[in-house]
Design a protein around this ligand. Structure first.
Ligand code: SF4
Length: 216
């Protein structure tokens, strides 16, 4: 796919655009969404609130990459707190749930409740999330958490646009390569890291068993 010049907010009339809170998890999941918003008269305010990410060095790495990307676009970033212990308390008892299970429901809820609160505090009507752009996530689960978060406030709506449609999935992959974003190998928390390591070990052991068979 040919990469066109990226739309930057410097060329846009920000005063006439609708402002939307975009909860963002990382640069790879955000780039195509940001591009789409800026091209459709929407002014995103990026909210980086992901206390689930562990360890802190990984959290900073993802945050810094996203922040640098937004700075290039002239997009505001609101830096949420990294309070991993509060997040751990929220998912207590769910440590051994599989990805897309009950732990992820709570995790989405923690993050999207904060996004809804930011929208409310700033008088911004709509918020959405890049969690909905990742094919690794259950879209219904993300949207349910978004709606539940919005229901806390009378003046806030969750925007449940499917950020994988309208060519955005391909665009996401193209921009990931174009910008050379850091390619994370686990969702975020230590439990997803543990499970990713386990999957990698199982694949390595299957490949090794297969090559031993073919060499006999
Ligand atoms: S696997 Fe991902 S979505 Fe699920 S709890 Fe961990 S960080 Fe959150």
């Amino acid at each position: 796919m040919r990469i066109q010049a990226f739309v930057t907010s410097a060329r846009l009339n920000l005063a006439t655009m609708e402002t939307v809170i975009l909860h963002s998890c990382c640069a790879p999941c955000s780039a195509a969404v940001l591009e789409w918003m800026l091209a459709h008269d929407i002014r995103p305010v990026v909210f980086y609130f992901n206390p689930n990410i562990f360890p802190q060095a990984e959290y900073e790495k993802r945050k810094n990459e996203l922040t640098a990307h937004c700075q290039k676009l002239g997009v505001e970033v609101v830096d949420g707190d990294w309070d991993h212990n509060v997040w751990l308390d929220a998912v207590k008892g769910l440590e051994n749930e599989p990805e897309r299970g009950r732990r992820c429901t709570v995790c989405f809820s923690v993050r999207l409740r904060a996004a809804a609160k930011l929208a409310h505090d700033r008088g911004i009507t709509r918020f959405t999330t890049t969690l909905a752009s990742s094919r690794w996530k259950n879209l219904d689960q993300v949207n349910a958490a978004g709606r539940e978060a919005a229901a806390q406030y009378d003046n806030v709506q969750y925007w449940d646009k499917n950020w994988r449609k309208d060519g955005l999935q391909d665009r996401r992959n193209a921009l990931l390569k174009f910008y050379g974003f850091y390619n994370q190998t686990w969702c975020g928390c230590e439990f997803s890291y543990r499970d990713a390591q386990k999957r990698a070990a199982e694949i390595a052991s299957r490949i090794s068993a297969q090559s031993n068979k073919t060499s006999i």
